[in-house]
Write a protein that binds this ligand. Structure first.
Ligand code: ZN
Ligand code: ZN
Length: 135
């Protein structure tokens, strides 16, 4: 099965051969703002395993004060990528999981940065919760 994704306007499309590492629901303030949602869900991939199929020229980057970089589609605003210093050191990047149209079965395994969880969303699953980054 091919793992393929796209932004809302469908001009940016990509495929991923292999996923790395754990998948967390991130409740940090920056993810809330970036997605306009209660939390984000990112999956880590090695950069060499991410292949842009179209629309790469539409990608725009936002660099935050804490040296993290978020990539979005400049046409439709879809939140696509997150990159921290850790990602740059390891040659990896985080992709917003909900932007995939076709994807192998993956499961989130934790809630992270729950110290800033919004009051209007209740966590009703049994996944471990970390107040900041997972330990
Ligand atoms: Zn778009
Ligand atoms: Zn976050």
């Amino acid at each position: 099965m091919k793992n393929t994704g796209s932004c809302l306007c469908k001009q940016v499309t990509f495929e991923v051969s292999t996923f790395q590492g754990p998948i967390g629901h991130c409740h940090c303030k920056m993810c809330q703002k970036f997605h306009g949602a209660a939390f984000s869900t990112f999956v880590e991939v090695n950069k060499i395993d991410l292949n842009w199929l179209s629309g790469q020229e539409l990608l725009k980057e936002y660099c935050a004060d804490n040296d993290t970089v978020r990539t979005f589609c400049s046409c439709c605003g879809s939140s696509l990528l997150f990159e921290s210093k850790y990602n740059r050191r390891t040659g990896s990047v985080e992709i917003a999981l909900a932007t995939f149209d076709s994807i192998e079965t993956l499961h989130a395994d934790a809630h992270i940065y729950t110290e800033s969880k919004v009051d209007w969303f209740e966590i009703n699953d049994d996944l471990p919760q970390y107040s900041q980054y997972r330990r």
